[in-house]
Design a protein. Structure first.
Length: 459
């Protein structure tokens, strides 16, 4: 075992720009090039985690080195745009034979199938990741919570006997289920949390991988003992089966394709990164289709209801713009949203209103040319609160302006774009909240979509 630490430096792009000889040699044997992307996945992953959280991370790791394994203790410390590595405990041993997936991994698969979204923490309950599906519920970019305590996201509720299952599980390093928790921000509501322990390469507890499932109240309407409306139970079961069968594997495909494209686990041939980008794009398109089909199934149920909550449309517009900021930056498009001090009180469903604004602003970004701008503005229209989303796209002819709100309708099906359901669903949702969506456009002059909800007055 080496007493002195073996040091290295990784730059902002994940390249090993400096390394002591043992680390440089391990990097080379793993297929890495001098000054290239760090080719030892276990060390590279810890460096990425330290950079994302902005804190020093020290963990055990096992790296493959030819026909044997190397036990390491890796300390990754962010220093500006770089990460400094210190590796100790360098000892070799025979490679372990492949093993079957442990029970915890199988349990995690079941959690993913039933969850609204997933979360992951380290051994001190600091969030290390949130699945993209969390964005709509929490109302902001999930990456903003990286490194924060899980209690910054949830307020835990005690069971009837006064216990907190998650804290018992933390003390005993075991799985837990049925932890009731309230979201502290975004769409306030009660969630059921479940989780399984994560175990590192040295057999030590490393955190939890968990799920969050909304505990939805019965919608307003017939009393609970009334017979269900025709088709509602069947439609709900269909939506659940659709999500369970498609959402998790598609999200897994997208995640792995993005990891390959970003070369996070080591260098990759250039043509392979192109294939990975294509796979990720196709996966996201299919996932958006699943989302739209599930929403379509929900809004067309006879018993579909939306919440009537006190919301701030200006705040929701800023949140939606924030969620789409990375996509807009990649497309070279600017989003000019409401000022931070603007407020537009309205009555509607927080999650559904945010969903509508993400759809409208996302469409505007998609159809605005590189270097263009999307404007998001607030207005009062009598007793209605209005958000206007204007783009610099090629515009919509008058004869097509009503057609685009139809089911599976698109002006030009040959263009890259959505499923043809987004605007149909958005208008149905707006009207379910006693609002509406309209469009004003002309060819060559962009498009101006107006989303209205009832204006909230008083407290």
């Amino acid at each position: 075992m080496n007493a002195a630490a073996i040091e290295g430096v990784i730059d902002a792009e994940g390249r090993l720009v400096a390394a002591d000889p043992p680390l440089a040699a391990l990097h080379a044997r793993a297929g890495g090039e001098e000054g290239g992307m760090l080719a030892v996945p276990q060390i590279a992953a810890l460096a990425r985690l330290a950079r994302r959280l902005g804190i020093t991370v020290s963990r055990a790791a096992i790296a493959a080195d030819g026909d044997h394994d190397v036990d390491l203790w890796v300390r990754a410390e962010p220093r500006g745009n770089q990460v400094a590595l210190a590796v100790t405990g360098w000892s070799g041993r025979p490679a372990r034979l492949p093993t079957v997936s442990p029970p915890a991994e199988r349990e995690a698969d079941f959690l993913r199938a039933a969850a609204d979204w997933m979360w992951e923490t380290d051994d001190t309950l600091r969030l290390t990741s949130l699945s993209p599906g969390a964005a709509t519920s929490i109302g902001r970019d999930p990456s903003e919570l990286a490194g924060k305590q899980l209690t910054r996201l949830f307020r835990f509720r005690e069971n009837d006997d006064g216990s907190l299952p998650i804290l018992t599980a933390l003390a005993e390093h075991k799985a837990f289920d049925g932890q009731a928790a309230e979201l502290r921000s975004g769409r306030k509501g009660l969630y059921a949390l479940s989780g399984v322990p994560l175990i590192d390469g040295m057999g030590r507890f490393a955190g939890f991988r968990g799920s969050a499932s909304a505990l939805r109240l019965a919608p307003a309407g017939p009393p609970a003992n009334d017979p269900p409306l025709p088709g509602s139970r069947h439609a709900s079961a269909f939506g659940e089966r659709l999500e369970q069968a498609l959402r998790t594997p598609l999200a897994h495909i997208i995640d792995n394709a993005e990891r390959l494209r970003a070369q996070q686990d080591g260098p990759l041939r250039r043509d392979y990164t192109g294939y990975a980008a294509d796979i990720a794009a196709a996966g996201r398109h299919l996932l958006s289709l699943v989302d739209d089909l599930v929403d379509l199934q929900a809004i067309e149920r006879p018993d579909f209801r939306t919440e009537a909550e006190a919301i701030d449309l200006a705040d929701l517009a800023r949140r939606a713009a924030g969620l789409l900021s990375v996509r807009a930056a990649d497309a070279g498009v600017g989003i000019d949203g409401p000022a931070l001090d603007e407020s537009l009180p309205a009555t509607g469903d927080f999650t559904r209103a945010l969903q509508i604004l993400v759809n409208l602003i996302g469409n505007a970004v998609r159809y605005t040319p590189k270097g263009g701008q999307v404007w998001v503005r607030t207005e009062l229209e009598g007793d209605l609160a209005a958000i206007i989303v204007a783009d610099q796209g090629k515009g919509i002819a008058e004869e097509d302006q009503e057609r685009i709100f139809g089911k599976f309708e698109r002006v030009d099906p040959t263009e890259p774009g959505g499923t043809g359901l987004g605007l149909y669903i958005a208008r149905r949702l707006a009207r379910a909240m006693q609002g509406d969506i309209s469009v004003d456009s002309a060819p060559g002059q962009g498009a101006r979509f107006t989303f209205t909800l009832p204006l909230r007055t008083g407290g």
